[in-house]
Write a protein that binds this ligand. Structure first.
Ligand code: AHN
Ligand code: ZN
Length: 336
């Protein structure tokens, strides 16, 4: 070190000290938390009743297959609307006509229910309510529509129970909640007839909703799709489209599930196959970061041996799975 530098350091240290002596240190101003998100204490969520969720699934199945353009489909829509209304939600029934891959015109209904509709801070929960018109993965009666207790019934059953639990609870969530039941998710082109891959033939209701939202300027800060969430030993890996569009939401939900002891369902494994499901269109068209809680294992049997077969009945619905999903989602909502 040269002499001049040394002198400069000593001299400036002296000046600094002098300054420190003369003027008492002002207490440091607290940084305003405006830049960061203010931390809020999670509220205690109400009890998720899996017996009740189970009954909601059973009730849907009792109508018969909920295939667009059928009586059972219409009756089930009425049931969903009146049940949501009975939980004090503002319900919008969005009717539309869409064209299926086979040229048929489908009369569809998306059912939208709002809790605290004036709240600008919103979370969107969704599931498809229609059932597949075929059993194309079965060996028998392939042309006969399925019960779809898991694939259609389960997501709706869990969300109806969440609606009931919020309505029944003294403690309300701080966020507004939208529950949307999409139609015609499962009317997609069967594998056997695929010429070119036509994934846009699935999820017709959510595609329609994303392009024609009946609520002006609608926005939710994120969305959670529940699809096939009722089978025994279900596994929900971190699905790839969800990870690409909304990784922080995936991690929020999976870490909440882990804290509650549900890592056997919400397995902390990234799956490198993206699923074409309603969340894809809510992300890509509506621009709402959304994730899919979906039972799938690309290594074994995809969506379960019962998927799109006549085995998708109430017999495969398992209350502990419903409970794990419902408890996790309610906890996430009440932590906002
Ligand atoms: C496809 O296999 C194209 N979609 C999977 C999502 C799905 C089917 N959900 C219910 N049925
Ligand atoms: Zn399906």
């Amino acid at each position: 070190m040269n002499k001049i530098l040394k002198i400069t350091i000593v001299w400036s240290s002296f000046l600094l000290l002098l300054g420190a002596c003369e003027e008492p240190q002002k207490p440091k101003k607290e940084k305003k938390p405006t830049a960061q998100k203010p931390k809020v204490e999670p509220l205690p969520p109400p009890e998720f009743n899996a017996d009740s969720a189970y009954k909601f699934i059973e009730r849907q199945v009792q109508f018969g297959p909920r295939v667009p353009n059928t009586k059972a489909h219409q009756k089930c829509a009425d049931y969903l609307v009146s049940t949501l209304e009975s939980y004090d939600l503002k319900v919008i029934r969005q009717r539309a006509e869409v064209e299926a891959y086979n040229g048929k015109t489908l009369q569809i209904q998306n059912i939208i229910a709002q809790y605290d509709s004036a709240n600008p801070n919103r979370v969107l929960l969704f599931a498809h309510w229609d059932s597949r018109p075929y059993a194309d993965r079965d060996d028998e009666r392939k042309a006969v529509p399925i019960d779809a207790a898991n694939d259609g019934g389960s997501g709706v059953g869990v969300l109806l129970e969440i609606a009931r639990a919020i309505n029944n609870s003294e403690i309300k969530p701080r966020v507004g909640v939208d529950i949307v039941f999409f139609d015609a998710e499962d009317y997609g082109q069967p594998n056997a007839t695929i010429i070119a891959h036509q994934s846009n033939t699935w999820c017709l209701g959510s595609q329609y909703w994303a392009r024609n939202n009946p609520i002006p300027n609608y926005y939710a800060k994120y969305g959670i799709l529940l699809d096939m969430v009722g089978a025994k030993d279900a596994v929900f890996p971190k699905e790839m489209n969800s990870m690409n569009y909304a990784p922080t939401i995936v991690n929020k939900v999976w870490s909440t599930a882990a804290k509650l002891g549900y890592s056997n369902y919400f397995i902390p494994k990234r799956e490198f196959r993206g699923i074409t499901d309603d969340h894809l269109y809510v992300n890509a068209i509506a621009g709402i970061p959304s994730i899919d809680i979906i039972h799938y294992r690309p290594d074994v049997n995809d969506f379960g041996s019962f998927h799109h077969t006549h085995d998708d009945t109430m017999d495969i619905i398992h209350k502990p799975t419903l409970h794990a999903v419902g408890h996790t989602v309610l906890t996430v909502i009440y932590s906002e």
